[in-house]
Design a protein around this ligand. Structure first.
Ligand code: ASN
Ligand code: ZN
Length: 354
């Protein structure tokens, strides 16, 4: 059968009806985007049905197929419960839309192709485990698994997919060790990726720069409680993350030691003011950061991405991240540039350097 690249309609859960890139094989449509990525397990970016295989030893299952090129019903999938969406296609739509937009964010803005930068295709398997409240990147298959959620809705929002694919980029480049301060930087890099994908996709998903428009909250859309997983401008709002670096930061789970670098990135992009507002105040440092003007999403992302993919190493800590970020800013925008000064200010605001 000749394969034909086609565009279908996906009824997504978080982004309305979206155009999804699929493949027609004979008279069967497949959730295979052969326009993004080559090779890999499926010859393009694919969405498969893990069909509730255990998260401890998951198997990807088969690629999604359909007799028409219209997919999903936009409803949340209730594992084992009553639902109008019995095969859970909507989760697959969410995943494909997130994957297409993550690919485009990195490729169109940065020229970075797929996870490894060499355009190797990857895949996302949805419906892993039962009522599973997580999503993860698997360094064995270099692929991702998405749960249906229980206290969350299906974990396929743009920022979550961007986060998980961000782990694939880190895995292929700096390979930041997932513990201690490097673990926090690894997590933060994924949160940064998630938010920048959200900004890019929300503004139409085209163009060569990253606009404003993300919410700076990880996992807001998948939350049933209304509380996001993480707040980037003031990570301590979650009760566990820190707002600033200290010598004990590396003892925390990476999802909490990411906090200071997330706050640094927020300040770098959006700036800070020296008001005594509780959102700016840093409890640990007992002060508010010096006011600084942000350089915007596009420049902040370019500097971070360059540092993570070409300068950080598996053992990088926060001090090293600061040094490498300054180097990246100087290479991109010049020694003594406003951008390199902004990097120093943003790190000083989280107690790293001056
Ligand atoms: N969703 C989590 C993450 O990507 C999975 C984990 O704990 N590693 O960070
Ligand atoms: Zn993560």
């Amino acid at each position: 059968n000749a394969l034909q690249t086609v565009v279908g309609v996906g009824h997504s859960q978080y982004n309305g009806d979206v155009p999804i890139q699929t493949t027609l094989s004979g008279s069967t449509y497949k959730m295979l985007d052969a326009t993004r990525g080559t090779g890999g397990s499926f010859g393009g970016m694919a969405i498969t049905n893990a069909n509730h295989s255990s998260a401890n030893n998951p198997s990807p299952g088969a690629i999604y197929t359909n007799s028409t090129n219209t997919w999903g019903d936009g409803q949340n999938y209730i594992s084992g419960g009553s639902t109008t969406n019995a095969n859970g296609q909507t989760a697959a739509v969410n995943a494909l839309w997130g994957m297409m937009n993550t690919y485009d964010t990195m490729n169109n803005a940065l020229g970075w192709k797929s996870l490894d930068g060499n355009n190797t295709a990857t895949y996302i398997a949805v419906h892993v485990d039962n009522n599973y409240d997580n999503a993860f990147y698997d360094s064995g298959c270099k692929c991702m698994y998405i749960g249906d959620g229980s206290s969350f809705y299906s974990l396929g929002s743009l920022d979550v997919i961007g986060h998980e694919m961000g782990h694939g980029v880190t895995d292929a480049t700096s390979n930041l060790t997932y513990s201690g301060e490097s673990g926090g930087l690894n997590e933060s890099s994924s949160d940064i990726n998630g938010e920048m994908v959200e900004a890019y996709a929300r503004n139409g998903g085209t163009g060569t720069t990253i606009p404003a428009g993300n919410d700076w909250m990880m996992g807001k859309e998948i939350s049933k409680s209304g509380q996001p997983l993480r707040w980037m401008w003031k990570p301590s709002k979650d009760g566990s993350s820190r707002d600033a670096w200290s010598s004990t930061l590396g003892n925390l789970d990476p999802h909490y030691s990411s906090g200071p670098n997330n706050r640094m990135f927020y300040f770098l992009s959006q700036g800070s003011n020296s008001s005594s507002s509780s959102e700016m105040y840093s409890q640990y440092l007992n002060k508010t950061p010096l006011a600084m003007t942000g350089i915007g999403n596009d420049k902040a992302y370019r500097i971070w991405f360059k540092a993570n993919t070409t300068k950080l190493t598996s053992s990088s800590n926060y001090a090293d991240a600061r040094t490498k970020m300054i180097q990246s800013a100087e290479e991109l925008y010049g020694v003594g540039s406003a951008e390199s000064i902004a990097v120093k200010r943003a790190y000083a605001a989280i107690n790293v350097g001056t």
